[in-house]
Design a protein around this ligand. Sequence first.
Ligand code: ADP
Length: 616
Amino acid sequence: MKEPLDILKDVFGYTSFRKGQSAIIERILEGRDTLGVMPTGAGKSLCYQIPALTLGGLAVVVSPLISLMKDQVDALRQAGIAAAALNSSMKWDETRKILDSVRREEISLLYVAPERFENEAFRDLFKTLDARLFVIDEAHCVSQWGHDFRPSYLNLSKMVAALAKRPTLAAFTATATPEVRDDIARKLELREPFVLTTGFNRENLFFQVEHPKDKLEFLLTYVKKFSGAPGIVYCSTRRGAENVRDFLRGKGIDAVRYHAGLEDSERRESQEAFIYDRDPVMVATNAFGMGIDKSNVRYVLHFNMPGSIDGYYQEAGRAGRDGTPADCTLLFAPRDIVTARFLIEQGEDEEGKRAAYRKLQAMVDYCNTGRCLRAAILEYFGEADVPQNCDACGNCVSSTERADVTVEAKKILSCVFRIEERTGRRFGSGLLIAVLRGSQKDPIKPLGLDTISTWGLMKEYPRDRVKEMVDFLTAEGLLAVSEGEYPVLSFTPRTRPFLKGQEKLLMHRRGSQKGPEEVERKTSPTADQELFKRLRVLRRKLAEEQEVPPYIVFTDAVLYAMCSSLPQNGEELLAIPGVGKAKLARYGKSFLQVIREWRAVRKIQRQGDCENDRFI
Ligand code: ADP
């Protein structure tokens, strides 16, 4: 039996396990059922692929989408592993052929769509295969409480129970909530499972929220800054996605669109153009993404605020799956709240709507907070002891001056108190701002609000600035906003102590916030861009020949490592994480050649420099 560490090195080209991986692998090898809860990009696939190869024999992997299965099978084959996939759109003879090779023990990992098990003939065939390991990927699909429930996942436990010899079960998900986690263990009938949760932080992602005056202008500069690297722009509506795509195209940027209103064929074409790096910018609604395993997405820009942090983190998380730095930027405008409310109001169920408003408020608070954005996200998902300064989000690294708004905050909060005292009821931010700015319009005069002590206290401030401060107070937990279509304001347990105390309140100045040009992003590791481009061109050519997406040949991380270590021979190339023996044999020569040529060009340039030096 080969050791897991040797397989990690020889097959996948990595030198050490990541957090959680070896613990899971050990338990699976001991024959214990396992549930791994790890964020996207953490390396869940190796957690079952390595035990499968260590154990020998057959491992069956249930995966919900054809595209995901294809990606995994392509990646394994590239690494020299015999893998195959069965899905319900396949013809019987194709299925039979694959099953025959499984029986001849020619396949190590067999990927199967869950719907396959609904077919009785298939179930009978399957029982004869004698799998040692049964893996359930995207296991949250078994839970009705999760976001991607798939009824056919519910049959899996019955399927396993019917086998003569029960295989070890290993389930994986990136879904955070404890309810879903427990539900997975129950519905899959895992036996005393070893459950490992690694936390949800994605260290390589840079988070930021921007409040630009002109979103399109911001977007254009932003996309250009990534000079052709793949990225996703999410819009909240189909119309929005159309406009943004047209705008980018009008500016000469290769962008494709994807939303539920398009023909299947166009959606497929867009997706392929994006996955194969032909059109680097994908402009889409949230219909795009599930099943996209593209590892080299360098940014995800939300052109509009999504309705919840859950949705936001899932979408933003599609950036940087390869572990190298990637950027997640959210463009906020107050109008986004109006759209989000409208979408919530389309729902029927009152309980569901209330929950949606709660989630929306958390999202709005995220957009307005001055604190660490990563901490805000992780705390939202219930993580404890989260560090409050990550040094890798817009708020932590922002060099913008922070204004002391303690006095303004006290004026605003006192005004909330006075209005309620005078009218005896709660009200929304519109009325509050109007009173603070000294308006006399209805219903201010009739209610006598022009005679309270806080009327006109912020006359000299523009409306937007006061609104920004009110939103900031909400985000900081000094004001609460009710759920519903017409939200009203109220104090929180923190408000009175703040009003009476000495606490200072600092707020970023939105107006002076830096534009995308100036914001220093840690998105591309220091690598020679020219060499990186050449390697990318070669990768695309090889990928096209093999009919696999470029990131399956090598990830961006591998190309960056080539740029910095400039390997000269096979041995040096093999030392790069992500280069295993099969890939070295298949691609080593071509990549070494490009690096050699580039070195030669560089040398000539250096000689040229020297010659010039002589004339100085
Ligand atoms: P997940 O399924 O958790 O989203 P993947 O299994 O797709 O993540 O892995 C994400 C990336 O991390 C892949 O490019 C994979 O090759 C890489 N990876 C996995 N394990 C390791 C490791 N131990 N060392 C370095 N890279 C790894």
